[in-house]
Design a binder for this molecule. Structure first.
Ligand SMILES: [Ca+2]
Ligand SMILES: [Ca+2]
Length: 348
């Protein structure tokens, strides 16, 4: 794609100013990012008799689409967040069924897949920024809440998450998270270069595995603290008195975040949910993106289509047991759903 004239001129200006970013003259590729949450392993349930797990999942990005002009007196663009809800899907991993431990539960593709395009942006004095792509997941065990009550909470989560993350990202850009960013995987503070901390240093630390994980952990906690009380208020307003005697349990809120340049390759990772005696390990994957041209040829904005998955041409094949593809059942057809559930348990 041909860069806009303004971008090319800015790129040359940045390049010749000797910012130390020789790559600034070349616009990086746009990437079609696909997060696939395909499996969750249950080592311990929250309740002794088994859990009824359900998940709230949002994809999100920070890129050229979400950057605003710098606030007055600064050169750092204001950071925004775009949130991706994905296709409509039941949040319940097992329909009306439950799970004991140990168990391995495939996540239905409609529930676990989020796809979107990441567009690079040129930052003043920091060179090309290839964007940030991430996913956040809240795992619950259903107890007393009616589905409509937890839906009220989910609706609040969807509306509150973007603004809460935006606040923390702008805090990150202005230095609030320099401490976690500056630490290595063991928690030791690394020596800081003479001109740091500044935006360039913060972006460099975000590209470092340990720096990014530390910052994501701290930001996820801040975002969670911010939104959980809002979710609780929404749930309390929607719930009947009897539902609040045994409220559903939040087993954890976990996020994974990647810099655009890391997404040239498929990345596997793990998210663990361990609150209230529970132990769930979520296996997500962010799939190596196709170029936008390839994605356009395939349609569907980079998301795997069911027929591609069946034909072995899309990443959902990673889901153990082909039965997961039969999951798109009408919600009322619970007998069939239970049958599938049994099949999955023996699929591995
Ligand atoms: Ca429970
Ligand atoms: Ca339960």
């Amino acid at each position: 794609m041909k860069p806009a004239l303004a971008d090319r001129l800015t790129a040359r200006a940045v390049h010749t100013c000797g910012s130390g970013h020789g790559e600034a003259a070349m616009r990086p590729a746009e990437r079609d990012v696909t997060f696939v949450l395909y499996q969750i392993k249950v080592s311990a349930t929250e309740d002794v008799g088994g859990d009824e797990p359900y998940m709230w999942i949002l994809g999100f990005k920070v890129d050229a689409d979400t950057l605003g002009p710098p606030p007055p007196g600064t050169i750092v663009p204001s950071l925004g967040v775009q949130v991706f809800e994905g296709a409509p899907a039941s949040p319940f991993l097992l329909g009306t069924g439950d799970t004991d431990a140990p168990a391995t539960i495939p996540i239905p593709p409609n529930l676990g897949t989020r796809g979107f395009r990441l567009k690079p942006a040129l930052l003043p004095a920091a060179g090309w920024f290839e964007g940030i792509a991430g996913i956040i997941c809240l795992l619950w065990d259903q107890d007393g809440f009616a589905p409509s009550t937890s839906e009220a909470g989910y609706k609040k989560f969807k509306s509150a998450f973007g603004p809460a993350l935006t606040t923390e990202l702008n805090n990150l850009a202005s230095g609030t998270y320099d401490d976690p960013l500056s630490r290595d995987a063991s928690g030791n503070v690394l020596p800081m270069p003479p001109d740091a901390p500044n935006l360039t240093w913060r972006l460099t630390r975000l590209r470092d595995d340990a720096g990014r994980k530390n910052a994501v952990k701290a930001i996820t906690k801040a975002v969670k603290d911010n939104i959980v009380s809002q979710i609780e208020d929404a749930i309390t307003n929607a719930a009947g008195y009897d539902e609040l005697i045994d409220p559903d349990d939040l087993l954890g809120a976990e996020a994974a975040v990647f810099m655009g340049e890391e997404l040239a390759q498929t990345q596997d990772y793990t998210l663990e949910f361990t609150e209230d005696e529970a132990n769930y390990r979520l296996r997500p994957r962010v799939v190596k993106p196709r170029s936008p041209r390839q994605a356009a040829n395939h349609g569907n904005h980079g998301r795997p289509r069911a027929d591609q998955v069946r034909a072995g041409k899309a990443p959902c094949l990673l889901v153990p047991g082909k039965d997961v593809l039969d999951l798109r059942l009408p919600p009322a057809d619970q007998d069939t759903l239970r049958t599938c559930h049994v099949k999955w348990r023996f699929a591995e």
